[in-house]
Design a protein around this ligand. Structure first.
Ligand code: ADP
Ligand code: MG
Length: 571
């Protein structure tokens, strides 16, 4: 048994999907005899029609590019199987508006044969057809054999021909634009994981852990080279170099760049690849005129991407920019490419005021030295425990807690916390780091927690005695409860804080050190007790019973906060 799929039956997969495509678009009609798609609206008499088609599984290609300004119709085959000649013949006759039909054909033997046979059949009825062959995939370049496969460049051909036909160009002109685009387009693809056919129980090829496959096609076929995974910047070179070589592309030339997802690749990843590609092309002196980033020519659920370069002139760019109503084309295509911007980062300043007066430790107060050690020790402890914290939140939450802690604390200067910053700044810098650099619930709540200690330090310029610490902790607890709505027993940091607050407040007769020790023990016990409860707050609350048996990581960190204060004056 493989992974479950969205499927009624492998046999009906394509028609079931077409039903949805037709139902969800304004301008798409299915013709069951013998099976093709056209626009609902007929073309104005005398306009050149555009027909494409090929195996299904590459959506949005082709059905998604049917619409004004792109295709007039498309013949879908079964998954990764070319349509047959009778489909193409009927579709050609249906879309012809008296000015002839351009067939846009990806270079595979089955596709070429069936389109060519249909072309000959409709010629008998006086319909003029021009075939534009798309053969962009450089991985399949060879001196003999069927030649380069047709892949992602098909979208560019459909767009440029579509705009040419839409503005009223004649058959020869539309076809000439198509051939010019195809001749000047090359692609190269990489897969991180192969696709799984509907109903199959495993991907069409297996990749060993850590390896990727270069030069793959769009039908789940193996690639040309299997290599260890590499940085995206390096990978992009491996894709672009053969594309540039095949095009003979050099310094000063102008291109359209398409970074295309193969079905299961996230938009963020495609954007990252585009940034790398653009940077590399800039190094090579190639000018990017337009960009297209997204998933346009897919191979079912393959995890991978292709890069297509199209050498472009002004006439082609004008057609590229023309509007289209085809649903698969981005509504806001990028126009002139500017540059990959530098300086994209998250920047949040954090407090760094130097100490000007020494506030000594005393029997009853934590002064500058003790507070510095306390918070520096705490930060080091949390950073060191990141893997364990992540693991706890993964078991009983969503797994981001450790990352959130590191995101904050990697921005604080622990050496200056220990010795350097003014006493209130020690707390303020940590608060700023949590509020400004961590995300999630914990970033906000820890930020608020440390803010109360910062206030206490400002209000108590001689250092923090037991009562000041108790006041700060209570204020922190109340702020967290008010903001987050947690109550004791909800399996949150409150379960460590509440007992510590009671201990601090109750230890009126104890010395400072004893009070701190009691608070630390109470917090640790409170954290440990969270093991037995289920979470009622935070993302951990979504996992219900699964959180039982796992200590709440937020409570654990609060327990370390109190433990780190113990013994800081005596060293
Ligand atoms: P999220 O729960 O949003 O993924 P984090 O993983 O950043 O947040 O932090 C989880 C920790 O935050 C938990 O261990 C818990 O101690 C604490 N927490 C979550 N929700 C609350 C809340 N409403 N009140 C107090 N603490 C909370
Ligand atoms: Mg979490």
């Amino acid at each position: 048994m493989g992974s479950p799929q969205f499927l009624n039956s492998p046999k009906t997969f394509v028609v079931d999907a077409i039903r949805g495509a037709v139902a969800s678009s304004d301008d798409l009609r299915w013709h069951s005899e013998p099976g093709y798609l056209t626009r609902r609206e007929s073309l104005p008499r005398g306009q050149v029609a555009l027909l494409s088609g090929g195996g299904s599984g590459h959506e949005p290609l082709h059905a998604g590019f049917i619409g004004q300004g792109m295709l007039t119709g498309a013949c879908p085959g079964l998954i990764f199987t070319s349509p047959n000649a009778l489909q193409v013949r009927a579709a050609t006759e249906s879309v012809d508006a008296g000015a002839g039909v351009v067939h846009i054909v990806k270079n595979y033997t089955g596709d070429v044969l069936n389109f060519t046979i249909a072309e000959k059949m409709v010629a008998e009825n006086g319909i003029a057809v021009e075939q534009v062959l798309v053969d962009d995939d450089v991985a399949s370049e060879s001196d003999d054999g069927p030649g380069r496969r047709g892949t992602a460049a098909t979208v560019a051909v459909e767009k440029i021909c579509g705009a040419s036909a839409d503005r009223g160009d004649d058959l020869a002109t539309v076809a000439e634009f198509g051939r010019r685009t195809a001749d000047n387009a090359r692609s190269m693809a990489v897969a991180l994981r192969a696709c799984t056919l509907p109903g199959a129980d495993r991907p069409s090829f297996d990749l060993p852990d850590g390896e990727i496959e270069l030069g793959i096609g769009i039908h789940g076929e193996r690639g040309t080279e299997r290599v260890p995974g590499m940085a995206a910047s390096e990978l992009v070179r491996r894709l672009i170099d053969p594309v540039m070589a095949s095009l003979g592309l050099g310094d000063g030339e102008r291109v359209i760049v398409n970074v295309n997802g193969l079905g299961a690749t996230h938009e963020l990843s495609l954007n990252l690849l585009f940034a790398e590609a653009a940077t590399y092309l800039a190094d090579k002196g190639v000018t990017i005129e337009r960009s297209l980033v997204g998933s346009f020519v897919t191979a079912l659920d393959m995890d991978g991407a292709s890069i297509t370069l199209v050498r472009a002139d002004d006439a082609m760019l004008e057609l590229w920019d023309a509007p289209t109503a085809a649903p698969g084309w981005p509504n806001a295509p990028s126009r002139t490419f500017r540059e990959v911007p530098g300086g994209i980062e998250f920047r949040a300043p954090i407090a760094d005021e130097e100490s000007t007066d020494s506030i000594p430790d005393s029997d009853v107060r934590l002064g500058r030295p003790a507070v510095g050690r306390w918070i520096a020790d705490f930060a080091e402890k949390v950073l060191a425990e990141e893997p364990n914290l992540t693991d706890l939140d993964r078991k009983a939450g969503d797994g981001d807690f450790g990352t959130n802690m590191v995101a904050a604390l990697e921005h604080v200067d622990i050496a200056r916390i220990r010795e350097g910053f003014a006493l209130p700044t020690v707390f303020e810098t940590v608060s700023d780091a949590y509020l400004g650099h961590a995300g999630g619930t914990s970033g906000a709540l820890f930020g608020i927690w440390f803010r109360q200690f910062y206030r206490a330090a400002v209000d108590n310029p001689d250092g923090l005695d037991r009562s000041a610490l108790a006041t700060a902790a209570r204020a922190g607890m109340e702020a967290i409860m008010e903001l987050g709505g947690a109550r004791p027993g909800d399996k949150t940091m409150i379960d460590a804080i509440a007992p510590a607050v009671s201990a601090l407040e109750g230890a009126t007769d104890a010395g400072l050190e004893d009070a701190l020790r009691q608070a630390a023990v109470a917090a640790a016990d409170g954290a440990e007790a969270t093991r037995e409860s289920t979470a009622k707050r935070g993302r951990a609350s979504y996992v219900g019973e699964a959180s039982r048996g796992v200590v709440d990581p937020g409570a654990l960190v609060l327990a370390w906060f109190f433990e780190s204060a113990v013994g800081t004056r005596s060293r």
